[in-house]
Design a protein. Sequence first.
Length: 243
Amino acid sequence: MAEAAKENGVFLMEAFMYRCHPQTTKLVELIRDGAIGDVGVIQATFSFHAGFHAHGRLFSNALGGGGILDVGCYTTSIARLVAGAALGLPFANPIKVSGFARLHPEVGTDSYAIASAQFPGGILAQLATGVSLSQENGLRVYGSKGSIHVPHPYAISLEGGESTILLKRGEATETIVTKTDSWLYALEANAVADALAQGRLESHAMPVADSLGNMAALDAWRSSAGFVYESEKPNLGKDSVPR
């Protein structure tokens, strides 16, 4: 998709709506300004329990189901965003990813999974995701001078309103509130419209290189966990039929 967009001179942006919300802008600002000192550990979780449907998109092997690609992409994305902000970059790619996954015995996709990622500068991340397990969703960032807790880092104030970031330094906790009158997905649409109006082929909120880096990290997570889709497996015999 990235190559086709470039060859044809058309706009391309991955639809990570949370990247277009003012809460995310504030989070990056806090990290870059050293509000919690040097970032050491990032913890990001996005997981829920859905009813099992073998042929539904959340579980289907043929449709790329499983938690890692469905919502683990958000945890990976926000960890890379925070690590990048700590390093003075738009985003950072992990040096190493180690993961584990519980594969569903019927369809072979991941019901839930965890991963550890190592970034430059001694930054470590713990990621958790799933489509068959409810967990405490959120983002926590621990630094040398304090910590940040974002209770709702992804689906933020869906119909507009307030969202909060909790900044803890010592015994004091500050509640930082961001407000918007726009719906979450309207903010995403506005980001696209603004980019097009300015004649840009990418959005500053989610550049293509960031998307490619995220997919590489997700592939590393799946590879480490031993999770391969049937469509990715080699054709081992001339008479075999791709599944």
